[in-house]
Design a protein around this ligand. Structure first.
Ligand SMILES: [Zn+2]
Length: 320
């Protein structure tokens, strides 16, 4: 089966299986595939990834930190759950086994990167855990799939130089710190200046945007892309295309931007066209995005990626 989309129905982690009293979160990947299938009138094929291995995880993360992931408390803190929401006696699986879900989704990021090196463009319909530091998980991100995929591909000699374009609302601080002293990986982040994390790390190029200048989001992103490519020639780019700058994102901390769908669509088209026009291998991941409507951003981005890959859709859109 020839496709450049990576996904698994197992991406949807049922928190109730781990004893949490939390409703099912809407799976953005599932929604994207459903709407794309409606557009073309047939199921959209995708590849199911293999989980990444412990050896691959150790390319980025310290053994001391990985040991802490065996403790349920580490996970409760990571997801900011309250003790009153956790009922271990109801759990079908011990909480630390949730790492298996992240290994699978991180395997999806690696698979998308591999496909991008073969075909040019690929997307993991999930992943993007850009806040994970080598020695700690943060902001719902236990392991840094982006950094792991890049380090693995470098180690096996598939790539030498990679660029990370991170346009999530929040700074890509985990990837920035991982590659801070590594000239083989260029990190570029456009993010909210006021938003979490309070203490930002140093990327190779940071463009913090204040709430009062959000109208300049596209202009500044375009300038940043040009500047990044004038400084660095990557073999592959990973695009962290978070949908949390979108006005329908429901996370209270993302209220500084509230960008309309037209701007989100233009952003993702700009990024995809920039790298596709230059023939640079391009793999995208979802990263942040919260609430029932943010899938629209990923749907339009994935559709654009498929169009640039030669798939024809006509003019009908399943949303917006
Ligand atoms: Zn985010």
């Amino acid at each position: 089966m020839k496709t450049n989309l990576v996904f698994s129905p197992r991406y949807k982690t049922p928190l109730s299986d781990f004893g949490f009293d939390k409703p099912f979160a809407l799976d953005r990947g599932e929604m994207v595939l459903k709407r794309l299938s409606e557009d073309i009138g047939a199921p959209v094929p995708y590849l199911e990834p293999q989980p990444i291995t412990d050896e691959q995880i150790r390319l980025v993360h310290t053994p001391e930190y990985l040991e802490t992931l065996k403790n349920p408390k580490t996970w409760i803190d990571l997801f900011e759950f309250r003790d009153s929401e956790y009922f271990p006696e109801r759990a079908l699986r011990p909480l630390p086994t949730i790492i298996e879900d992240f290994k699978l989704k991180s395997g999806g990021t690696l698979r998308a990167c591999e496909i991008s090196l073969e075909t040019g463009l690929a997307a993991n319909l999930g992943g993007g855990y850009h806040h994970a530091f080598p020695d700690q998980g943060r902001g719902y991100c236990p392991i840094n799939d982006i950094a792991i995929a890049i380090r693995h591909l470098q180690r096996i000699g598939k790539i030498k130089k990679a660029m990370i374009v991170d346009l999530d609302f929040h700074q890509g601080d985990g990837t920035a710190i991982t590659f801070q002293n590594d000239d083989s990986v260029f990190t570029f982040s456009v993010h909210s200046e006021e938003g979490w994390p309070e203490i930002k790390q140093r990327s190779d190029l940071d463009i913090p945007i204040k709430e009062i200048e959000k109208e300049k989001y596209l202009e500044k992103t375009e300038a940043g892309l040009k500047l990044s490519l004038s400084k660095f020639a990557p073999d592959m780019v990973v695009y962290v295309g978070g949908s949390d700058p979108y006005e329908k994102d429901v996370l209270p901390g993302t209220s500084y931007f509230r960008l309309p769908l037209s701007v989100m669509k233009a952003r993702d088209e700009l990024v995809i066209d920039t790298f596709a026009d230059r023939g640079i291998s391009f793999a995208s991941v979802f990263a942040g995005g919260y609430g029932p409507d943010v899938w629209e951003v990923h749907y339009l981005a994935t559709r654009k990626l498929l169009e640039r890959s030669g798939l024809s859709f006509g003019k009908t859109y399943s949303c917006c």
